[in-house]
Design a protein around this ligand. Sequence first.
Ligand code: ADP
Length: 485
Amino acid sequence: MDGKLKICMVSPELSPFAKVGGLGDCVASLSKFIAKLGHEVKIILPKYSSIALPTNVIEHLQPLIINMGYDIEYGKIWEIKEKNLSTYFIEFDRYFKRDGIYSDLHRDYGDNYERFAFLARAAIDLCYHLEWIPHVIHGHDWTTGLIPVMLDTIERQRSMGRCGFLFTIHNLQHHGYAPKSILDFLGIPHHVFRADGVEAFSQVNMMKAGLYFASKLTTVSETYSREIQTPEFGFGLDPVLKFRAGDLIGIRNGIDEHLWSPETDSLLPAKFSIKNMEGKAICKKKLQKYCNFSIHKNIPLLGVISRLYEQKGLDVFANILPNLLKNSPLQVVLLGNGDRDLEFRFTQIAKEYHKRCFVHIGFQEALSHLIEAGSDFFLMPSRFEPCGLNQMYSMRYGTLPIARATGGLVDTIENFSEKEKTGTGFLFQDLADSALYNSIHLACSLYRDHPEIIGAMRRRAMERDFSWSTSAKQYVAVYNWAKKY
Ligand code: ADP
């Protein structure tokens, strides 16, 4: 193929091997799609202990030499090969022989900046090991932010200095602060330690480093690419993003339509499609049964699947949930984990209202599919949402999202119009108890009084194209924009 690109993805997460949120899904499905377009993709991630490698994995006998600033380290490489796509797992006990990706249970590992700085160096050295110089290294979030700094300094006169670097911001909230000594750890000269470089508050800010040194920047929706240039959403980095605005574009994440389609989803008790929705009723029944709810097709069922952190706005949902359950006949199922306080609040509410509220604290792939398919509505009251995947999954499954009008939620959900009786979901502006309450109340009233409107909105939602086809082509255009040779 003419114009065939060599793309190296570096990521801390990759579905289904290591996933905390949408980042793992995005890297996996985007890589597959780019490979399908005929480009050569290699993905590099750590081999965490929790990863069970499949039987077709290839063990590299030659060790990986990793050129740290202080000395040489040796890692082990495992590879899974598919057409145009190889995945490399780097085994290195000191940093990756742990079950968690960033944390164990509720405690972040204190040396995350060092672990991912190490991954950054190991990724560059793996390219040398493979004698493969990518056109573009595509790094995801702060964990990869020091790669372009190395490409621009220690690698500048070497072959890897020819690589372009595309930096995708999935979530600007996490910066990855490291002591200045991280520069020596990687052998990076100190002249980059300045305010218009990697320095912030006398430390190294790995996100900021990526923002300054990347060839090009993307974020995962158009609205979020504009929001992060404002103080409200910029987490202090909005001036940097404004400075680099000419190199920044938003590309909406796609979804893996093979894994997330009601027509093929093997994790569902029944499949369904826009032409035949009987399977959705079976999924709802199964979900009600699973939650020990009364089995009733006319009670609206509201699903939530989320990391339980401030970003997701579910503290506001916890404020109104008891009243909501008291005043309306709705059923609620929540799957999530994270903040201990929130876990506790939801668990208590579920205890009190166990007939109509079910809470599962934990991470469960199969249950998440059943919730997407079996619910009538899906809740995402996010404070900010770079893209969000769940609202797209839910629309594919005819489950209407109720969401705050922010970031990717605005770009993917068409708000219900009272006048036109159109829309694919319900958007509300302010993250306040009343606004959230009213939005859920509106959805439930329509469900009860105007099922024909809900039916039409469902069909509209299911017809939406959330595949990667458009977005992957935009990425190819950006790779061509970012590449240097
Ligand atoms: P974020 O990346 O901010 O967490 P997204 O909506 O982009 O939010 O992606 C979240 C992904 O993680 C979805 O695939 C969602 O289903 C999944 N997920 C989140 N929490 C859980 C959980 N507790 N169990 C199963 N899947 C979860």
